[in-house]
Write a protein that binds this ligand. Sequence first.
Ligand code: 3HC
Length: 697
Amino acid sequence: MLLETELRGATAVVCLSNPPVNALSSAMRGAMFDQLSELDSRKDVAGIVVAGSGRCFCGGADIREFDRPARHDEPLVPALINAIERSNKPVIAAIHGVALGGGCELALGCHYRIAAADARLGLPEIKLGLMPGAGGTQRLPRLVGLEAALQMILSGDAVSAARALDLGLVDQVVEADLIDAAVAYAEARAGGGETPRRLSSLDVPPLKDVDSVIEAASARFVARARGLIAPGHCLESIENSLSMPFESALARERELFIECRESEQSKAQRHLFFVEREAAKVPGVSKKTPVVEVRRAAVVGCGTMGVGIAVCFADAGIPVTVHDASKAALDTGFERMRAIYQTAVTKSRLSKREMEARLSHVGRAEDLAALADADIVIEAIVEEMDAKRALFRTLDALCKPETILATNTSSLNVDAIAAATKRPDRVIGTHFFSPAHVMKLMENVRADATSLETIACVMRFSRKLNKVGVLVAVCDGFVGNRMYHNYTRQAAFLLEEGALPQQVDQVIYDFGFPMGPFAVGDLAGLDVSWRIRKRRAATRPSEERYSPIADRLCERGRFGQKSGAGWYRYQPGGRKPEPDPAVDALIVARSEEMGLERRTIDEKEIIERCVYVLINEGARILEEGIVSRPGDIDVIWRHGYGFPVHRGGPMFYADHIGLKKIRDALLCYYQRDGDATLEPAPMIEELVKKNAGFYSR
Ligand code: 3HC
């Protein structure tokens, strides 16, 4: 049953019951339409309360239906909401949990809104490459004013109940029983004989400097959208609320919404929404899997990564003890945490009180024994196997038996680290990405002996830390860095053959990445990967193509932004990359040394060499079972490396381009260049034969 209706006196309470989030599926819309029409015509009903059962009021339109052919769609969400608004009886939305997207628009179609104190309301459609398509761009500005509506719709961020009350988005916030309060509200409105407040009949509140408000929103959200269509469509539709009659503006909103919904961009963003949730599901792990609750955490190592990880725990309200060998290192680390929070305070993202509250979760310990009671210890020390094994041996001896020992290694074998302990079932990799308090990804690395309980615990607490956890198996570089390695290799070869860093970076930026590989290298510090390359030099096959240009930069002390020069040069203290003739000369000299005649390399080749090689390695990773689903790779690349959101991740993008085209291009480069990473992976060959894709295997 999709609706549960009960009569409380003369007020009908209609409760949406469509787990998990009461999405407005076509069946739900039909049921609501019929039920509300019936209630509207009943003499014994004076008012109506619309509420949600379970975890929330309503999570919006059913996103899954957007990819299906629209056959049984009537009534559409706008028609349902218009019908509710037309009712002559007061209709009250009683909101708990979330009212998002179509759920928020449903609430806006009701005449009044009452929210529980923990409720959140928002129009997050833009995060799915969509825009509000059921009156949100018209009713919200009429209710909260242009400026707040622009902010909410263009950011897609939800607001708390308290903020919603300030904005006038809700009429009341209640701590006590929500339904009782909503029924009382309905009775009062019905008893007073008031005409229900229909937002469609209001004007947007007047504003003096409309043009500058719109310009500011456009500069902040549309100009920076880099080819995404949804922000521009949202803005156009909101502007219509100022100049067009409600009905015409609503019709235009629908047209724009459909354009967004049908776009490849939104399909890709919706894909990411679902694979992100899929990634949390681990075969063999269920709700019944016993999980250690992480109540106390510890981090060993107070460098950049350790500090970032400790901040993640403090943000989540989990007490965390940080260990480093010296008081000086601990104090420096703690000051770095304070600096991170201070930046958030300066930008008004955090109050000073909240900053102090979060810092109060952080303890400092010079003595490792202070970590004995932690439920999880995350190691973030120097990337050296011997040091890590020694630390794990010590931790194993001193921590309580249930403690999970996790390593933040980005490249070392977690099996070998686990083997240093007597609890390999409780050892796992938790690979955070830098800066750890910002980047959403956690690559959780299962070693051979890692138990399902340990996996379940770490996957669950990734979410608690507001991260997206993806489970991967052990291999060199795990998933992200293994693929990234091949991508940067090709980028370096392109330099040897005729390109320059600024050219490659521009093409990759235009493809949609936040930065190209060379600018990223300068930001991360070229010495980091130099150290890893030196370590691996002895085992690198002699026949493998290797570009020494990055090593030569490092030999000249060019470590990237931190040394004022790397692939680019930087003004003192500056972060803006400037092409450097000295680097160009180094590159040209390398081409000469190789006897290569430099040629013009076009955009197509740069994309194909850099991005297709990623896809190829992704296919090998799937073949080897390092991850079980192509979606896991897409999530890793979206959240760890900024793969353009509107392309849905490398594997989704591959299916969009077509594997045959990708295979043919790879083969062509492989036959020309002979580099093994360009040889089409067997999985790609097989899928091409079957005329299939990664997602239609
Ligand atoms: N449609 C279909 N399924 C949805 C959904 C939706 N709108 N929202 C969530 N789900 C599904 C998820 O896929 C997941 O399914 P699974 O269990 O099979 O993996 C399940 O509901 C639970 O979702 P979460 O794991 O995300 O649960 P949380 O409790 O952490 O979060 C939520 C709940 C805040 C509602 C979050 O799911 C969310 O943000 N959902 C999307 C909200 C949204 O973007 N709404 C706008 C939709 S477009 C729209 O309304 C257009 C309109 O303008 C016409």
